[in-house]
Design a protein around this ligand. Structure first.
Ligand SMILES: [Zn+2]
Ligand SMILES: [Zn+2]
Length: 349
């Protein structure tokens, strides 16, 4: 895609910063600065299973005149997020982007619940959560570890199709098939061919991403060391997990356009998605949690009741001695509690 001035236009929608712990190397400041230097107008953040970097990223991008797109590459449990048996150890990857503030809140819910309810080796959501918190979220089908790509690699095209159909049904026009081209990942070619088939069969749009983990091409050896630390190996270990080649950096729009020269739609759709995403975070407002004050009050009343029981059993004398202040204060709280319920003073609790 080209701008009015004839320049290539592309937005990175799949990125890993240093907040993809031990997996991403990109520091936010140089990452955003490179976007500025390359003449880009927007970029997303999609760290692995976490949103810790979002606020720094958002502030930095706005300061530098770049539109921040907030997202996360979440892990998706193969079945129920609460299931924790050996088949659940390798969850699928899925790229989520917040379209608006409602989507941003939903993304926070998804990631929080993934940590609180779905954690098993990784923080995991499941389809039930995705459906519940779908509003305002754009979904890209993910890397080679996405559920659709995994099915394609296992020659289960029908299963891939039914997963794609599920996402289309739930997220409608906000679901995209994600195409990636990293030299060395030979499986990507056949996966992309099948994704393009699904694009034709099901009418699901496509989008190109570059799954970058570091800002500059020359950072690749440092990324390699980071993966070694992550997996407790050394660069001398030939059998270790490693990234293939040095293509996982923040590429220019020209490089991405050249890479997907034969599928221009995949490039232009990055701009379409960028334009539809608009999250505004107001730092001047104080955000307090939805505090259930009434419940808390009732809880403290329950404590007072049990306290009165202790008093009546004279255990208070045993535990605290006959402190007049202690007894009077408790008696006063019970009185207030009775008054709030219009109960007479001698009403049994
Ligand atoms: Zn991934
Ligand atoms: Zn990724």
């Amino acid at each position: 895609m080209q701008s009015n001035t004839g320049e290539a236009v592309f937005t990175h929608l799949h990125t890993h910063t240093e907040y993809s712990l031990l997996d991403g190397l990109s520091r936010i400041n140089p990452m955003v600065q490179k976007c500025v230097d390359l003449g880009m107008d927007s970029i997303a953040i999609t760290d692995h299973g976490a949103m810790y970097g979002v606020l720094d990223f958002y502030s930095e991008a706005l300061e530098k005149g770049i539109k921040p797109i907030i997202g996360c590459e979440v892990y998706v449990a193969p079945g129920d997020r609460k299931s924790k048996d050996s088949t659940d150890r390798t969850p699928f990857h899925l790229t989520l982007l917040a379209k608006d503030n409602a989507g941003y809140k939903n993304l926070i819910q998804l990631v929080s619940k993934a940590h609180l309810e779905g954690f098993y080796y990784r923080p995991r959501v499941d389809k039930q959560l995705l459906e519940e918190y779908r509003n305002g979220i754009v979904v890209l089908s993910g890397c080679l570890n996405g559920e659709i790509a995994k099915n394609i690699q296992a020659d289960r095209m029908q299963a891939a199709k039914s997963v794609a159909s599920w996402f289309k049904e739930v997220f409608r026009d906000d679901f995209y098939l994600e195409l990636q081209r990293h030299p060395g990942l030979t499986e990507q070619d056949s996966v992309n061919t099948s994704l393009l088939e699904l694009n034709k069969d099901l009418g699901i749009p496509i989008v190109a991403t570059n799954d970058f983990h570091y800002v500059h091409k020359e950072d690749a050896p440092l990324q390699d060391i980071l993966i070694c630390i992550h997996t407790n190996t050394t660069v001398n270990d030939k059998a270790r997990l490693k990234m293939h080649g040095d293509s996982f950096y923040l590429k220019s729009a020209e490089e991405m356009t050249a890479l997907f020269e034969d599928i221009p739609q995949a490039i232009s759709n990055t701009q379409r998605i960028s334009e539809m995403c608009d999250v505004r975070i107001n730092f001047d407002q104080i955000y307090l949690p939805d505090y259930k004050s009434l419940e808390k009050i009732n809880k403290s009343i329950e404590n007072v009741i049990s306290y009165e029981n202790i008093l009546s059993n004279q255990k208070i004398l045993f535990r605290y001695g006959s402190s007049q202040w202690c007894i009077q204060k408790t008696a006063f709280r019970i009185k207030v509690w009775r008054l709030n319920r219009n109960w007479p003073v001698n009403h049994p609790i």
